[in-house]
Design a protein around this ligand. Structure first.
Ligand SMILES: Nc1ncnc2c1ncn2[C@@H]1O[C@H](COP(=O)(O)OP(=O)(O)OP(=O)(O)O)[C@@H](O)[C@H]1O
Length: 234
């Protein structure tokens, strides 16, 4: 069954339309990657699902609920979390304070979730009292993901989590995403590191100029000669 179903979505910024008739499905527990050239609208799809763009038409159904045009603070309470590409931690706050912010919508603080996040990212526990702004780029990215996991979402939207990371950390980031997905959370990922993302995901979408271009299993897209030449550097 579909967890997220985007149908014929039109969206943009103010009067500027970026997405036209975009279709996208994410099943329960599925791992989906969106690839495409710079400026294709990949981030805009995620931001639109999370209520951060101007909605212009079409359907966004999450968990049987029509969320098109809703506000992020409502959408997050339905089980959908978003980790933006940058400015995704509160730098003056400690690691623990950042994680607590992730659960601010709950009446009761989920201590067990905090420990679950620390178990998933042990480095965060060793840095729990350190200010987020003093963490390395990779650690900040883990913190942003950890904060998104505080509400135990059904779907995690990740916008270029490996951006700016050293190659060995990129691998670790992909492994962490695999673990999160293996634990049952569906993942919708935008990644510059497109080949690796397609290798790891279940299915992928190729977006060009705000429109769907290809859709297939990650493996099929990786092996498609046209897709390789046009979007994956051969
Ligand atoms: N806040 C904004 N206001 C106006 N236009 C925007 C805004 N954010 C993005 N755009 C425009 O929307 C288009 C799609 O951008 P988007 O960031 O979604 O692309 P992308 O596929 O994620 O690209 P990249 O890989 O470069 O991040 C681009 O033309 C971009 O300039």
């Amino acid at each position: 069954m579909s967890l997220l179903s985007v149908q014929q979505l039109d969206a943009g910024y103010g009067d500027l339309q970026i997405l036209t008739d975009v279709d996208m499905e994410v099943g329960q527990g599925e791992y989906i990657t969106i690839v495409g050239p710079n400026g294709a609208g990949k981030s805009t799809v995620m931001k639109s699902v999370f209520g951060l763009t101007t909605y212009m038409g079409g359907e966004i159904i999450f968990d049987d609920r029509d969320i098109a045009g809703e506000q992020p603070e409502d959408i997050i309470s339905y089980g959908l979390s978003f980790v933006p590409q940058s400015n995704n931690v509160f730098e003056p706050l400690t690691v623990t304070e950042n994680l607590k912010m992730g659960a601010y919508t709950l009446d009761q603080f989920p201590e067990d979730r905090l420990q679950a996040v620390y178990n998933r990212f042990p480095i965060l526990e060793t840095r729990s009292e350190q200010k987020a702004g003093t963490l390395s780029g990779g650690q900040q990215q883990m913190l942003a993901m950890g904060r998104a996991l505080m509400l135990d979402p059904d779907l995690l939207l990740l916008d270029e989590p490996s951006a700016g990371l050293a190659p060995d950390l990129v691998d670790e980031m992909f492994n962490r995403i695999d673990e999160i997905n293996d634990a049952g959370t569906a993942v919708l990922l935008v990644e510059q590191n497109a080949k690796e993302a397609l290798r790891r995901c279940d299915r992928g979408y190729v977006l060009v100029q705000g429109q769907n271009r290809h859709e297939d299993s990650g493996e099929a897209l990786l092996n498609d000669q046209q897709v390789r030449e046009d979007f994956l550097g051969g």
